[in-house]
Design a protein around this ligand. Structure first.
Ligand code: FES
Ligand SMILES: [Fe+2]
Length: 404
């Protein structure tokens, strides 16, 4: 039996020495400083129409995100410098934002251009931050200095529809990212929904054990590539892109795949930290359909959205499950059962999982690999050394499973 290749760690660094920093998001903390070196998605593009402003919270700090009347997205501070009103309730005018309280207006570069009752601008300016859109998501960079390469990840290279989704997870982002490195969870977490493998019953456990045994991890200059042999000898590779992202091939995340094909999609799953105890899970998926098939898909998508709106949220369901008011079997007909299943386990670990005292086993090989890389990076930062400069590739690396 092959086992995971563990080759990416500094043997002098023990992951547990950094457990108290893994979950940190606040400015000035080790974990928060690490996260601030990267672009992060904060909203789906479709959730911010032109001329609208919304508040966003990222890594324990608040901001104002708005889309100018011409479509460009902007990120700036949370509060007006005059008397500290929340800017997101203000008025978007062109690419500027005007405070709702006394009308001070700030341009896209942050400079104050009007103070109606005062006259002049008082040489006042507010901080602004880089904001860009990619694969249906709005990304921002708040780390100061020059941002890293954008886009941060390779795109989708076949034609189709890009579909996005987001959900609030009231738990730390690291435990949800650890779940992405933990393939074996699918056997039991998703037993009721019967996805990610043969239906419950004979063969299901063998399928997951076979998958686990064939799993290999290798660190590259752009990320960590996980390769496994699945049924029929096919190779499936995913890329884990620190600090919050995985690119993989998964079934659609709602009931739609039961109605429209294909059922597997190229996907990015990203866990953006809101603060230490909350994150947003963003999904962006390529649906490889074009022309008439794309139109049919769109109609079916609208139908699924209506069903979804009529049902309690996944979080409301997960909270009932955690409170003991419902079992997962009671939730079987929910169109987002897969996500509820993942919430039950990840929220069920607590707001911030206590890693000390865990009893790790051989199926935790992916989690161990991730922790070693993260601890190595935090250790470098703690010592004042540069962290690994992950390289942006504008193509999908050789061997990654795609539709092309
Ligand atoms: S508080 Fe914003 S203009 Fe007065
Ligand atoms: Fe899962």
């Amino acid at each position: 039996m092959s086992t995971a290749t563990i080759e990416s760690h500094d043997a002098t660094v023990q992951p547990e020495d950094y457990f108290d920093h893994f979950w940190e998001t606040k400015p000035g903390t080790l974990g928060g400083r690490y996260l601030r070196q990267f672009w992060h998605p904060v909203m789906r593009s479709v959730d911010l129409p032109a001329g609208r402003a919304k508040p966003v919270r990222l890594m324990s700090e608040d901001y104002t995100l708005y889309r100018g009347d011409g479509g460009k997205v902007h990120l700036t501070v949370h509060r007006c410098p005059h008397r500290k009103v929340q800017l997101s309730v203000g008025y978007v005018e062109g690419d500027s934002i005007r405070c709702m309280y006394h009308g001070w207006k700030f341009g896209a570069d942050g400079r104050c251009t009007e103070r109606p009752a005062e006259g002049g601008t008082g040489s006042i300016a507010i901080e602004t931050y880089p904001a860009e859109e990619y694969l249906g998501l709005i990304y921002v960079y708040v780390g100061g200095g020059a941002p890293p390469a954008f886009p941060p990840y390779p795109g989708f290279f076949v034609d189709g529809v890009v579909e996005t989704y987001s959900a609030h997870f009231p738990c730390n982002y690291v435990q949800s990212y650890e779940n992405d490195w933990d393939l074996y969870h699918a056997n039991f977490t998703h037993r009721t929904g019967e996805i990610h493998g043969p239906a419950a019953g004979p063969g299901r456990t063998d399928f997951f054990m076979g998958m686990f045994k064939s799993t290999q991890f290798a660190e590259t200059d752009y990320g960590i590539v996980r390769t496994m042999t699945v049924l029929g000898g096919m190779t499936n590779a995913a890329i884990l892109l620190l600090p919050t992202t995985v690119r993989l091939l998964i079934p659609t995340f709602n009931e739609q795949s039961r109605h429209t094909g294909p059922s597997l999609r190229e996907t990015y799953l990203i866990h953006t930290p809101i603060d230490d105890e909350n994150h947003t899970a963003f999904l962006t998926q390529l649906v490889p359909v074009t022309g008439a098939a794309a139109q049919a898909y769109h109609a079916e998508y609208q139908r699924v959205q209506e069903i979804r709106k009529s049902r309690p949220s996944t979080l409301a369901m997960a909270e009932k499950g955690l409170a003991g008011e419902m079992s997962v079997a009671d939730m079987k007909d929910h169109p987002m059962l897969v996500e509820i299943e993942d919430m039950l386990t990840q929220l069920g670990q607590g707001r911030i999982v206590e890693r000390r005292g865990e009893k790790l086993g051989r199926t935790d090989n992916g989690v161990v690999f991730y922790r070693r890389v993260l601890a190595r990076e935090l250790h470098a930062l703690a010592q004042g050394r540069p962290t690994k400069p992950w390289v942006y590739m504008n193509k999908v690396p050789e061997g990654t499973t795609t539709f092309s």
